[in-house]
Design a protein around this ligand. Structure first.
Ligand SMILES: Cc1ncc(COP(=O)(O)O)c(C=O)c1O
Length: 472
């Protein structure tokens, strides 16, 4: 069934082809277009995005949307390859949950979950530390924890923040139960239903689902595979829309692995100060870069306390620990209150263990080892892809973290590939879940390379290559 924005895009395409709008002509602004067609701004945006993806129109910084030279554009016929007996994926959230369920299934060879490597020696140390702390510390019988969380962890985080260029005290940090829940708290404090949140695109699906579930609208801004969020596009969006907050992953974003240059980070600060809005900085991969030194956080340049930095131990150590944190700047009081509302019960044991683990020199050694290991695992993935995938693909070159983004030939439907791979015991992340517009990245996939390469994993990449080649 065609969606409203597809119908809208088709109708505008007809006008482009029939010459109502000509090459290089400026199109109506999104607001105007939405008014003209009696649709919401986000529907209008999705229709424009669809035409942009197909090369029919383009965004010009500080100016707006323009018609491109249509005669040069090549069109592909969509291929619908899901046969009726296969699972019927109807909405993005269903597809997201299908991927989540399958990526947790040990019977599959898993390239979907962005979980850290399970073979790092530090995990044994953390296990031991749990036993010792449980035995030696009076961790039960103390009633409620401080709302802000364990002091020893906040102190360790304040010390590590220096590497990111952030000068902060433990009192200015709040512990949460993970990065996603930290971001959820920030969105709750900053926005009310109907507000607009700007995000980079493609974007980690958990963040998109979070935004959607809170009744917020999303503007997707292009993200470059090397330099991340486009500041020009952000500027244009801020000129046109009452954006309430911006949510981004400036260091080693998911799924591209891009890093914003320092100039872009400073430009973001100038913009949020100018528009008196905020920036939710997801820094979950910030320590996992392949360079010797860690890139600064956007928060390092935050002169007015408008950046809410969120992160967690999920990628550096283990997601099951359920420990994250927020450096909320000027929103401290509101975030602390929201944290209390979301749950006044905190399990302090993991917080103590992580705090003590992070304060030791062995944690720095672990981070150095993880950086090197993930770079080697990325290179191995690249070797396998170049041996088994077709030539006309594009692959991002992550400079940190452990996920890569692969653009397959446009004729390929990656959700179909996801379903076929599942049938042969392999899980990948289909591109459709990385945008609020499922057709935007329908020919892309994300592969996680955090785990050690084994014969089985090597073979699985070859099998994926065969499945891709068979559909071309
Ligand atoms: C960019 C990004 N933010 C947040 C999360 C979720 O983090 P957590 O497990 O700490 O909630 C993920 C997990 O994949 C992620 O990639």
């Amino acid at each position: 069934m065609a969606t409203l924005y597809t119908l809208l895009a088709e109708s505008l395409e007809e006008q482009l082809r029939s010459g109502v709008f000509q090459a290089n002509e400026k199109l109506p602004s999104l607001r105007k277009f939405a008014e003209q067609r009696s649709v919401s701004i986000s529907t209008a945006q999705m229709a424009y995005n669809q035409l942009e993806d197909r090369g029919l129109i383009e965004v010009r910084p500080k100016s707006g949307y323009y018609v491109r030279h249509i005669s040069n554009v090549q069109f592909e016929t969509p291929k619908i390859k899901v046969s009726p007996q296969k699972p019927n994926i109807v909405t993005t959230s269903e597809l997201v949950m299908d991927v989540m369920r399958n990526s947790g299934n040990p019977n599959y060879v898993n390239f979907a979950a962005a979980s850290p490597g399970t073979d790092f020696p530090i995990l044994q140390q953390v296990k031991k530390s749990f036993t010792q702390t449980a035995r030696n510390r009076d961790f039960l019988g103390n009633g409620y924890c401080l709302t802000k969380g364990e002091e020893c962890l906040r102190r360790a985080l304040a010390q590590r923040a220096n590497d990111a260029g952030i000068r902060i005290t433990p009192e200015e940090i709040i512990i949460s139960s993970g990065c996603q829940s930290a971001i959820g708290l920030c969105l709750k404090v900053l926005c009310k239903p109907g507000d607009i949140v700007a995000v980079e695109s493609p974007s980690y699906y958990g963040l998109l689902q979070l935004i959607e579930s809170m009744g917020l609208k999303v503007i997707e801004l292009p993200s470059d595979p090397v330099t991340g969020l486009s500041v020009d596009a952000l500027r244009l969006a801020l000129e046109q829309w009452p954006v309430k907050t911006i949510l981004g992953v400036p260091n080693y974003n998911n799924p591209l692995g891009a890093v914003m240059p320092i100039e872009s980070k400073k430009a973001v600060i100038e913009l949020i100060n100018q528009y008196q809005i905020s920036f939710i900085e997801d820094d979950i991969y910030g320590e996992l870069g392949y360079d010797e030194s860690r890139p600064p956080a956007v928060k390092a340049y935050d002169s007015e306390g408008r950046v809410l930095l969120c992160s967690s131990a999920s990628k550096m150590l283990e997601p099951q620990l359920g420990v994250g944190w927020i450096m909320p700047g000027q929103f401290m009081k509101e975030i602390e209150y929201e944290r209390f509302l979301s749950s006044s019960n905190q399990f302090c044991l993991p917080q103590i263990v992580i705090g003590e683990t992070m304060a030791k020199a062995s944690f720095d050694r672990h981070i150095r080892q993880a950086r090197k290991t993930y770079q080697q695992r990325r290179d191995r993935l690249f070797d396998l892809i170049s041996a088994h995938f077709p030539e006309n693909i594009r692959v991002s070159t992550p400079q940190g973290g452990f996920v890569a983004w692969i653009e397959l030939p446009r004729s390929l439907d990656a959700t179909d590939l996801y379903l076929r791979a599942k049938e042969v015991g392999i899980v990948i992340s289909p591109g459709a879940i990385f945008s609020s517009n499922p057709s935007k990245y329908k020919h892309s996939i994300r592969l996680s390379y955090a785990q050690a390469w084994t014969k089985e994993r090597d073979q699985a990449i070859q099998t994926l290559g065969n499945l891709i080649n068979a559909t071309l």
